[in-house]
Ligand binder design. Sequence first.
Ligand code: BV8
Ligand code: ZN
Length: 249
Amino acid sequence: MSSDTATPLEDVAVRLRAARRVVALTGAGVSAESGVPTFRGSSGEGLWEKFRPEDLANPDAFARDPALVWRWYAWRRELVAGCRPNPAHDALAALERRVPEFLLVTQNVDGLHASAGSQRIAELHGSLWRTRCLGCGAIAEDRRVPLPELPPRCGCGGLLRPDIVWFGESLPEAELVRGFETAAVAEVVLVIGTSSIVYPAAAIPQHAARSGAFVVEINLEPTPLTPHAGAFLSGPAAVIVPQLVGGVS
Ligand code: BV8
Ligand code: ZN
């Protein structure tokens, strides 16, 4: 399949064209070129005011100061509301239409994959666009930007929280199992724009590689996954993913 003159990207494009079972696992890097900041950039772009994501995305921070945590989410909702899917999101939606068994597993909460037209999506960490009531438990879509009050409240009077998985909380069981099982039987697993340090999501491609999947990492820089990947394609997702999915002649 490979030849001495083929680039790694051409090799991977050939494998991808032949594959009938494909999983893509995405992280914040896939939305970077849409203008959504990543979480762990080396130059501090993940910081909001003086806080790291880990300081705010946890239940203790919310219990201590729900208005502060909500101000961070309100800022992110406003920012993402002004962002559009980029060519990487579009290419993954096109790939889904072409591959018989495809699953997009995402750690992102921005909803941009769905906006691009992807349908088979497992959202591992929830959504910026849903709230959960701590009083009555109701989960609701909520796209209001800006929110009328911070912290927002449910019709029942209870405090609303973002329907997002925070550090120390369990991921949605069905989505997680679907991600692990589908990746383990996939021929190709694309891992796009994630630092591969947040578990259990980071274990999905490692497990898939051990099960025989060809794991392709697309990132600006190497990560802890890189030594386990069959190919590492260096560059911006919005450039590399369309090249890969379009195939290279
Ligand atoms: C759990 C929601 C069970 C918030 C997020 C020690 C070892 C192993 C595990 C742990 C440990 N200590 C603690 C843990 C568990 C912990 C964990 O993994 N911690 C890590 C940090 C050590 N995990 C949990 O707590 C999880 N739950 O384990 O439950 C349990 C229960 C009780 C007690 C114990 C265990 C829950 C994790 C969920 C966290 N939720 N998000 C929100 O969004 O508001 S975290 C956050 O990180 C993001 O939301 C995102 O979902 C996730 C992953 O980040 P990335 O997407 O990878 O983004 P990042 O910025 O890091 O990287 C961007 C990458 O893109 C970079 O590599 C960059 O080079 C690249 N890039 C940039 N631009 C581009 C690009 N690539 C291509 N093109 C570009 N243009
Ligand atoms: Zn309620």
